[in-house]
Design a protein around this ligand. Structure first.
Ligand code: NIG
Ligand code: FE
Length: 422
């Protein structure tokens, strides 16, 4: 089965020699091909190049992309999109002046989502989460990481992770799963946090591992949540089950989270609003992807991560959505690109690298996703007719995506579900 996309005005983010990530000054470079073709064989990218070199072979299906651009699908390496209900009523407290931490202390926030989740069946949770998956697919995302963390007890953490597993099995988007048992401290453990950490390590983790439900392990290492010592214990335990770290760090303070992440060779440390010279130095000598979640900083009115300084120091940067009901109720990665240029002062090329190849790395997928390269999975989208690739991040409120392809097949949305059509 061979599919041709022809007359592409601009084929964006192509790679002849695929890289694991892009860092520092290289983040401002992307390779594009004007007036291009793209050939798909089954679920993979078979070939691409200039139209004048289009091979004379027979195709089973052809698309004409005149006036349109083709991008590799977004990779969203940090989400919490399996959750029950929503928290827009709680946001009113935020409007009235309470901070994220104050809302959490009153039993709102993550604990509120945990209560909703406990009262939702696994089937219903799957249904709500599938709707969000279908939404982000049509917004151009082709690979997504999803965390547990609204269970806060063994039964409900397993419920979340089983839902993620079912989503992996029933959708064409690439999914990675992360066990985030230590997301918040349940009220009954408020005076004995260590006991809750023990529960995560001794009861939750062995069952998660026994059912093979997680690819990564996460901890919310921050002021008012889990300490670097708690995090150290949990990551050490995760390592024994072969789970690589991928943690929340430095969102609310200089929490020591970056240092502990690097110590455990985390694949990514995420949020990083509080990043100073020490954190930059640690990250420079590591294999850990600094991942920024500008949707959360925007939604909660927090300070912005010093991304310019980090790139100038030579670091790679990934940008992810953090799709969750409390701090970032959106999985729109095109909007995240816009926050990158507007709030973080990143260049259009830097944001493209940050939402494709660098987020692919941050979820262990840079060999198969994150660029247009021969042999990679054919996850990409065709835009509407737009003037330039820079227009994508700039036109921050417009849906500019015309057609989405996952595993080489066009995704057709109907009102109830999504099916692949060829
Ligand atoms: O990444 N920071 C911790 N966890 C989420 C928020 C989850 C929630 O508020 O429901 C985050 O922002
Ligand atoms: Fe998060």
């Amino acid at each position: 089965m061979k599919t041709l996309i022809k007359n592409i005005k601009l084929l964006v983010q192509t790679e002849q020699n695929p890289k694991k990530w892009v860092a520092g000054a290289d983040m401002a470079k992307i390779d594009n091909i004007e007036n291009a073709y793209l050939i798909i064989e089954n679920d993979k990218i078979f070939d691409f190049g200039e139209m004048k070199n289009l091979p004379k072979i027979k195709f089973d299906k052809e698309y004409d992309a005149s006036g349109k651009l083709v991008f590799p699908s977004f990779c969203d390496s940090h989400t919490h999109l399996v959750y029950a209900g929503s928290r827009e009523i709680e946001y009113i407290d935020k409007i009235k002046g309470l901070s994220y931490e104050e809302i959490a202390k009153r039993g709102g926030g993550i604990l509120n989502s945990a209560k909703l989740l406990a009262n939702t069946s696994e089937d219903e949770l799957y249904k709500q989460s599938l709707e969000r998956i279908n939404e982000i697919i049509m917004l151009g995302t082709g690979a997504v990481e999803i965390k547990s963390g609204y269970g806060l007890n063994t039964e409900n953490e397993l419920k979340m992770l089983r839902v993620i597993k079912r989503l992996k099995e029933t959708t064409d988007i690439e999914i990675k799963s992360t066990f985030l048992g230590a997301h918040s401290i349940p009220l009954e453990y408020k005076t004995n946090q260590t006991e809750f950490v023990d529960l995560v390590i001794n009861e939750m983790l062995p069952q998660v591992a026994a059912e093979d439900l997680a690819d990564y392990i996460d901890v919310f290492c921050d002021k008012g949540f889990f300490t670097p010592q708690d995090t150290d214990r949990i990551l050490m335990a995760g390592m024994k089950y072969g789970l690589r770290a991928k943690i929340h760090a430095n969102e609310l303070d200089y929490s020591g989270g970056v240092q502990i992440g690097v110590k455990y060779n985390a694949i990514s440390v995420d949020h990083l609003e509080y990043t100073g010279d020490d954190e930059i130095k640690e990250l420079l000598n590591s294999e850990t992807m600094p991942t920024i979640l500008p949707g959360a900083a925007f939604f909660l009115g927090m300070i912005d991560t010093p991304v310019r300084k980090m790139i100038n120091a030579g670091l790679p940067i990934a940008l992810a959505s953090d799709f969750n009901p409390g701090s970032s109720p959106s999985g729109n990665m095109k909007l995240i690109m816009s926050f990158g240029i507007i709030k973080l002062k990143m260049l259009p090329e830097e944001v493209i690298n940050a939402v494709t190849i660098n987020t692919a790395y941050a979820m262990g997928l840079s060999e198969t996703h994150g660029s247009i390269a021969k042999g990679k999975i054919a996850n990409f989208f065709i835009t509407k007719e737009i003037p330039t690739y820079q227009f994508m991040a700039y036109a921050y409120g417009s849906n500019l995506i015309d057609k989405v392809f996952l595993k080489g097949k066009e995704v057709i949305q109907n009102t109830n579900n999504i099916s692949s059509n060829i």
